[in-house]
Write a protein that binds this ligand. Structure first.
Ligand SMILES: [Fe+2]
Length: 412
């Protein structure tokens, strides 16, 4: 099916180059913007200040104009104290119990070869768990607090345009994802800098070409990464590494305290950083069928060979407390520190924001079927650990909000 991928890349690059009067000069313009951003990030690093905008959960409904401006520039935000710390401590323990009473580790050993995305893990003990329907995850994912945060995040986007309404920012669906429980000393989980939501697609897909039109056609200044138009219409190449939903933000909730060097998340906090990656691939030192290391079916690659400037902006996120959340735009480059040098587990529950739109609805319907059967969601390896697990959340345990977000109950 993808035999012609080389040709697709070649022709996409030709089309994209022609959108500019001078693609080299266009890249240099974008590079100048990135240079300034990198300088700013470096300055804050030198001063030991975090450049990632932060807001307290209690304040998200207030007037936060300055902060919102920062979030739109940086493409990421920390929302602190979304959950009470004691509640999260209990949920963290419950998750551990769920793993132990159901003997996950024995199960996992048998099935580990199924998970292709993390198949190169060296350790026998997993750090990412193929669990989706534990009480801990469901309580966090479908909580009123989470709904409030997501509503706020979704509303940062331009969700309506002259052609159509892309999504309803005030109505959430849910995207079931895994958990990370990273043990002290672990050095198996490091993820090199990348973006999800498509790699090669970002150049070849016709919707992505429209999304990034301003970038390619010498109009970078007017490119708005928070304009959702066509983001719901992107078609991904089939791969276990690609999500089939449109997330306004990816994110996670901290179950334990974790800071820099605890094997935590790193970000390049530049919302428009994708422009650099996209136009870099058009330069003449990249072969006509190559995209600076991005490969079909893999996460979009950001690497030293082509993106050294951008990588200078990679920062570890500051210390997170249990109940704090971090969110990043789907175009924001992120990584996971190679080694966990801390002394305690660094645990998170992944929860992104997936507002109501056709793409997300289509996925949610398929996902809900899996939920009812206790199986792994459609985007993940079909490990199906939880079918017979004690303590798995079932339909009768769900709140009304959870049912709405899983389209098991009408939300109108
Ligand atoms: Fe990722």
């Amino acid at each position: 099916m993808f035999d012609d991928i080389d040709n697709q890349i070649k022709s996409a690059k030709e089309i994209l180059k022609k959108k500019s009067k001078d693609y080299i000069q266009n890249f240099n313009n974008i590079k100048r913007y990135i240079d300034i951003e990198i300088e700013e990030i470096k300055r804050s690093k030198d001063l030991n200040q975090s450049i990632i905008p932060e807001i307290n959960f209690d304040s998200i409904e207030g007037n936060n104009e300055e902060l919102i401006k920062k979030v739109k520039q940086r493409g990421c935000v920390i929302v602190r104290n979304v959950f009470n710390e004691q509640v999260i401590n209990t949920l963290n323990k419950k998750l551990e119990e769920y793993i132990n009473i159901n003997d996950y580790f024995t199960d996992q050993k048998k099935k580990s070869d199924l998970d292709k995305y993390f198949s190169d893990l060296k350790s026998g003990k997993p750090q990412i768990f193929g669990l989706y329907w534990s009480k801990t995850q469901i309580e966090i994912r479908h909580s009123e607090q989470m709904a409030k945060v997501k509503k706020w995040l979704n509303n940062l986007w331009v969700y309506e345009n002259d052609e159509y309404k892309v999504f309803d920012p005030n109505r959430e669906l849910s995207y079931a994802d895994r958990v990370r429980r990273r043990e002290p000393g672990d050095d198996t989980l490091g993820l090199s800098p990348h973006c999800d939501a498509g790699s090669v697609e970002r150049w070849t897909d016709s919707s992505y070409q429209k999304i990034y039109k301003d970038i390619f056609s010498d109009n970078f200044i007017n490119y708005n990464p928070f304009d959702a138009k066509y983001r719901d219409r992107v078609i991904e190449f089939e791969s276990p590494a690609v999500a089939h939903v449109f997330r306004t933000f990816q994110g996670w909730t901290a179950l334990t305290e974790q800071g820099p060097n605890d094997g935590t998340l790193q970000l390049i906090p530049i919302a428009k950083g994708m422009a650099y990656i996209l136009t870099r691939a058009l330069l003449d030192d990249v072969s006509e069928n190559e995209l600076c290391g991005s490969k079909l079916g893999k996460a979009l690659s950001v690497n030293k060979e082509y993106h050294e400037l951008l990588l200078k902006g990679l920062v570890s996120i500051p210390k997170m407390r249990p109940g704090d959340t971090i969110w990043w735009h789907p175009d924001v480059v992120h990584a996971v520190e190679d080694k966990h040098l801390g002394k305690k587990y660094s645990n998170v529950v992944y929860v992104g924001a997936t507002p109501y739109c056709k793409k997300n609805l289509d996925y949610t319907v398929k996902q809900t079927k899996k939920f009812l059967e206790g199986r792994s969601p459609p985007d993940f390896a079909p490990e199906d650990y939880e079918i017979n697990y004690n303590g798995r959340v079932k339909l009768e345990n769900l709140s009304s909000l959870a049912k709405k977000q899983l389209v098991l109950e009408d939300s109108n």
